[in-house]
Design a protein around this ligand. Structure first.
Ligand code: PLP
Length: 405
């Protein structure tokens, strides 16, 4: 009998966010059990609401956005993105260099599909946002992971990056602010990455979707702003800063020197045309959204939800023997460390599963982010403090006796 298997192109694509832990969570939910979800960076289910002005803009535009747009996006949307790039000192971006997408996700995949041949290498952080590794692999490339160093506030380890550059390396992915660590990289680190890219003629891929979610008075520095003489492909979008992940609204900008990338740009144009265009109603709210950066800021200062929830979680982790965490400066994630000897942990996925079964609380184990040791997990601190309290008290209780078999 003829059977239909998944494409062999997917054989090495690792997107470990699902697996047995999620299967068990799905089973529990289907059985009517309540679980607290600390596993997904999707603000809306946790009571976050997009600014009214932004939603109103889209509603008012619905009848005007029934058709396809230009494959790169509405002119007005791309013009607003160019203005935003200027605000961030991202050099040499015109409307022609901007591609809107159904979330940054679509464009991350497109950026790799348009560039890589079999065997090409791309440097990707570990831990990573796993779509990057999956996209490199699906495009026929090899994701070579460089270490972000917990001892140094999770900053990229420059020597490790340097040691992993080969003549097959085409680019370096920098996720800043970072998912899953919540790190925000300082200028010196970014400059050293740019220097390496300059020395080895690499493309910079800057995933900056959390650039408007920075706390404690820190400033986000756009990678492209430090590299006017290189090609930087910058990714951004409204899923997180404007709390509208479901609208699928993202963009990618080609910045800096594009003179050596004419072929790559041709490839991107082709791929962009093949998907016709991204969601047009969502594109239509980009100008209003980028004119409204104030509502996001309110979440990030004392009294704001993201700020208070971060502080609660960080303090609660510090209070659990055997756990520690680097305080995140941005986004809404942290990546606590587990003393694996104390708990005899050899399998972090099993740890997540055991915790879910016993306490009905869901988080993602470190391997889901291409972190090789079984000694980390990610907490998304989007739930309100009352729910976080339930989760963290349960965790304290669980860790008091847990030993992996
Ligand atoms: N990049 C990073 C680092 C992310 O964390 C996410 C989503 O969680 C994305 C990109 C994708 O965002 P979207 O496709 O919603 O724009």
């Amino acid at each position: 009998m003829r059977t239909f298997e998944k494409s062999s192109k997917l054989d090495n694509v690792c997107y470990d966010i699902r697996g047995p832990v999620m299967d068990e969570a799905d089973r529990m939910i289907a059985a009517g059990e309540r679980i607290v979800k600390l596993n997904i960076g999707n603000p809306a289910p946790f009571g976050f609401r997009a600014p009214d002005a932004v939603i109103d803009t889209m509603s008012n535009n619905l009848t005007l956005t029934e058709g396809y747009s230009d494959s790169k996006g509405l002119f007005s949307a791309r013009e607003a993105i160019v203005k935003y790039c200027k605000l961030k000192n991202i050099p040499n971006v015109t409307v022609d260099d901007v591609y809107t997408g159904n979330g940054a996700s679509e464009l991350i995949t497109m950026s790799m599909q348009g560039l890589l041949n079999n065997g090409d290498e791309v440097l990707v952080p570990a831990p990573d946002y796993p779509l990057w590794t999956a996209s490199v692999t699906l495009a026929g490339g090899t994701a070579v992971h460089y270490i972000c160093d917990e001892q140094s506030e999770w900053n990229p380890d420059i020597e490790d990056i340097r040691s992993k550059i080969t003549d097959k390396t085409k680019g370096i992915v920098v996720i800043n602010p970072n998912n899953p660590t919540g790190a925000l990289y300082p200028r010196e680190i970014l400059e050293q990455i740019v220097d390496l890219a300059r020395e080895h003629e690499l493309i910079l891929f800057a995933d900056e979707i959390y650039d408007r979610l920075v706390m404690d008075g820190h400033e986000h520095i756009a990678l492209a702003s430090l590299a006017p003489d290189l090609l930087t492909v910058s990714f951004n979008g409204l899923s997180k800063s404007h709390l509208i992940a479901g609208y699928r609204c993202g963009w990618m900008c080609l910045a800096g020197d594009k003179s050596k990338a004419k072929g790559y740009v041709e490839g991107l144009k082709l791929l962009s045309s093949m998907r016709l265009c991204s969601n047009v109603p969502a594109q239509s709210l980009i100008p209003a959204a980028l004119d409204n950066l104030e509502d996001t800021k309110k979440l990030l200062v004392p009294g704001g939800r993201v700020y208070e929830q971060r502080n609660y979680v960080v303090d609660a982790i510090a209070d659990i023997p055997g756990l520690s965490v680097v305080k995140p400066k941005a986004a809404f994630y942290c990546f606590p460390k587990i003393d694996i000897k104390k708990f005899n942990i050899t399998d972090d996925e099993q740890f997540a599963l055991d915790f879910l079964k016993e306490k009905h609380i869901l988080f993602t184990h470190g391997k889901g982010f291409h972190w090789d040791e079984p000694d980390h997990f990610r907490i998304v601190y989007l739930p309100c403090v009352d729910d976080l309290k339930i989760a963290m008290e349960a965790m304290k209780d669980f860790m008091a006796t847990y030993k992996q078999a």
